[in-house]
Design a protein around this ligand. Structure first.
Ligand SMILES: [Zn+2]
Length: 71
């Protein structure tokens, strides 16, 4: 299973987006961004309120990963 994590957008747009975490490294996203676990204080309500957008680079990498896995 893949986890989602809110983080700064990589495409230059402002605000936060949902990144997909790499399967074998919970601190690295599929678009190559390094996430610091300490940078995000725990709090489900806060995390839900951060963003509704998704990282396009992560989505592309995620789709390619799924296609490779099912090939
Ligand atoms: Zn991303």
């Amino acid at each position: 299973m893949y986890e989602m994590r809110a983080g700064p957008a990589t495409t230059g747009s402002s605000g936060l987006v949902w990144h997909v975490l790499a399967k074998d490294d919970a601190r690295t996203t599929l678009c190559g961004r390094q996430l610091s676990p300490q940078a995000q204080p725990p709090g489900p309500a806060r995390e839900e309120a951060t963003t509704e957008r998704y990282c396009s680079s992560c989505m592309t990498a995620f789709r390619e990963t799924m296609e490779t896995a099912t090939r």
